[in-house]
Design a protein around this ligand. Structure first.
Ligand code: AGP
Length: 609
């Protein structure tokens, strides 16, 4: 997820570009750059680091011109660096683009262009768009852009600029947001409303496949066939701060609602768009890669650790490899039996958690092969591991991890299917069944997010409780752990997760009248036992909220309330069951007046031991 801005008008472009990018830094902040049309051509200035690094670089030498584009990056292809920062140009520097998204067929296109003798300055997917733009340009920007769009595949918001046409920007989108701000004698382009709200509240919200020509005089929109499109003006009524959160009250809620897209983006290029094949081109594993592997270690902290517990289930059941899951801060000191016959997978949203990084280094020292699953390209953990698989959740600003967790689950499930197929331990039919189920997850999450009123009521009613318990068996227990962490870290309610069968071995003593107990009952092979445990706590007058599968009318006889999730199969249930738990925690924290995005004592990335 990156931030894009564009300006064409009568004022200086650079100040708007830099200010607009500062309002979009929540969309990405590992590097930034601008391109401004000066009197004798297009000047590009860009560098790695936060936006302040670019401002510092431009001090006393701000580009002068009334048209330009800008970009603040969240790296997906090509680690954060000066050369990988946007804007990107063709070799002449006369054709310039900024891009948010992923060009899936960029490697094939790049090879074709290199074969034609073209040279590339970066490792990014975006740079091929600038080269194609230059190749296709024959005096008509719109036609050149259409040819580019017929050539690339993937997801994108793009803004184009070229030396031959000094008064025109062209922008277009597919699967990524893009808006146009309508001014007087000036017009604005941005990934999101916060960048333009200080300038205008009149906007066009671009739709997939629309191509807009933006000049200081006006905006013309057409489709790829040249058919004109009349856009309706959308008046923005958000305040600036709300706009940065996309109209949501908190980043956490925004990120909970971004989960359908985060899942889609993380699946893209790995799960066949119209099929069931799962492949990790970035790993290029073969069956031989696993002949020597006797054990997999999964090592992480906090929410990532909870994702690892689900990952253990996936890998052991689908790839039939023994898995141990460790809390990173414990792993390093327990003298783990790690050797060259092990694969160690470290999971980390930030890629900077010092305990996880240290565990990774320890695993390497002991001879293990290592794989990082992280959300930050070029992070310390990404660079330290032998191989890396990225989640494409986009920047996660709220301290409480939500979309990172679900995309971690997705990666672990896809990896287990991938390895299971390689090792021959997973049938083609079962793999296809899981893949078909994965295709439905974004829509299922989206539909669940349309009906959250019941959860708000529960959170309001039980937000004053001092204790809460989360129970589950098998995968439900793994998700219960995450639900408990979410609740305690943002609402400060003391919450514990227990394997449902374990409660009677002591903790049942804590169950008294009215204490809220959330029971996850999505795993059908242990359903009856789970319901028995539910009845155990009900018999002690607990207040029970069940998370159950649609159509399960029976559980309603025992629980006080039931939150239903779609039937998606046992392996996919965690991706859906965690959503109501995230929302419960969010609304409970709200009820208690807690600082949801920045809970006390916590940091987004724990870089101290
Ligand atoms: C998640 O809600 C917490 N904020 C925290 O447990 C987090 O998951 C943990 O610190 C690990 O962070 P990482 O994924 O960036 O390594």
């Amino acid at each position: 997820m990156c931030g894009i801005v564009g300006y064409v008008g009568n004022a200086q472009a650079a100040p708007f570009l830099l200010d607009g990018m500062s309002k979009l830094e929540y969309r990405g902040y590992d590097s930034a750059g601008i391109a401004v049309y000066e009197k004798d051509g297009i000047r590009v200035e860009k560098c790695v680091g936060r936006l302040d690094a670019l401002r510092h670089k431009l001090e006393g030498k701000m580009p002068v011109g009334t048209m330009g584009i800008g970009h603040t990056r969240w790296a997906t292809h090509g680690r954060p660096s000066d050369r990988n920062s946007h804007p990107h140009t063709d070799e002449s520097g006369n054709f310039v683009v900024v891009h948010n998204g992923i060009i899936e067929n960029y490697l094939m296109l790049k090879e074709q262009l290199i074969a034609k003798g073209q040279k590339f300055a970066s490792d990014t997917d975006t740079e091929i768009v600038a080269h194609l733009f230059a190749d296709f340009y024959e005096g008509d920007m719109e036609e050149a852009v259409k040819k580019v769009l017929r050539t690339i595949e993937g997801s994108y918001s793009l803004v184009f600029m070229c030396k031959a046409e000094p008064d025109k920007l062209i922008c277009t989108k597919k699967d990524n947001p893009l808006i146009i701000g309508l001014g007087e004698g000036e017009n604005f382009i941005a990934s999101d409303i916060p960048a333009i709200i200080a300038k205008t509240r009149r906007t066009y919200i671009m739709s997939d496949g629309e191509i807009a020509t933006v000049t200081r005089e006006g905006v013309w929109v057409q489709d790829i066939n040249g058919t004109p499109i009349t856009k309706k003006v959308f008046e923005v009524n958000w305040n600036a701060e709300a706009a940065e959160k996309g109209g949501f009250e908190h980043f956490m809620l925004k990120e909970i609602y971004e989960q359908p897209k985060a899942i889609k983006d993380t699946m893209r290029g790995r799960l066949a768009e119209n099929g069931t094949e799962i492949n990790f081109a970035e790993l290029g594993w073969t069956a031989e890669d696993f002949t020597g592997i006797s054990k997999i270690f999964i090592v992480a902290c906090g929410t990532a650790y909870h994702a690892g517990i689900v990952g253990k289930y996936y890998l052991e059941n689908l790839a039939r490899i023994p898995v141990e899951v460790d809390i990173a801060s414990e792993f390093r000191y327990r003298n783990p039996l790690v050797d060259a016959n092990c694969l160690t997978i470290v999971i980390s949203q930030s890629g900077e958690t010092i305990d996880t990084l240290a565990a990774l280094k320890e695993a390497k020292r002991l001879g293990s092969r290592t794989l990082a699953v992280t959300n930050v390209v070029g992070s310390s953990i990404a660079r330290e591991a032998d191989q890396v698989v990225y989640t494409y959740a986009g920047p996660e600003i709220a301290v409480a991890s939500t979309k990172a967790y679900t995309t971690q689950l997705l990666v672990m499930l896809m990896l287990a299917v991938y390895v299971g197929r390689l090792r021959g331990t997973l049938s083609e039919a079962k793999a296809a069944e899981l893949a078909e189920g994965l295709h439905k997850v974004p829509e299922q999450l989206h539909d669940m997010l349309e009906n959250v009123d019941q959860i708000k009521v529960f959170a309001r009613n039980y937000g004053s409780c001092l204790d809460a318990f989360f129970l589950g068996r098998s995968l439900d227990y793994a998700v219960a752990l995450e639900g408990a962490l979410k609740l305690k870290e943002i609402s400060y309610i003391h919450a514990e997760a227990y394997a449902a069968g374990e409660l009677k071995h002591g903790t049942l003593a804590l169950i008294v009248e009215g204490v809220p107990v959330i029971v996850l009952a999505t795993q059908e092979d242990v359903y009856d036992k789970t319901v028995s445990n539910l009845q155990e706590v009900k018999a002690r007058e607990a207040m029970v909220i069940a998370i159950a599968l649609e159509g399960d009318d029976s559980i309603a006889k025992y629980a006080d309330h039931v939150i239903y999730i779609p039937r998606a199969g046992k392996e996919l249930a965690p991706l859906l069951a965690v959503l109501p738990l995230q929302l419960l925690a969010y609304y409970a924290a709200l009820t208690r007046g807690c600082d949801v995005d920045k809970p006390r004592n916590l940091a987004k990335s724990v870089t101290v031991e």
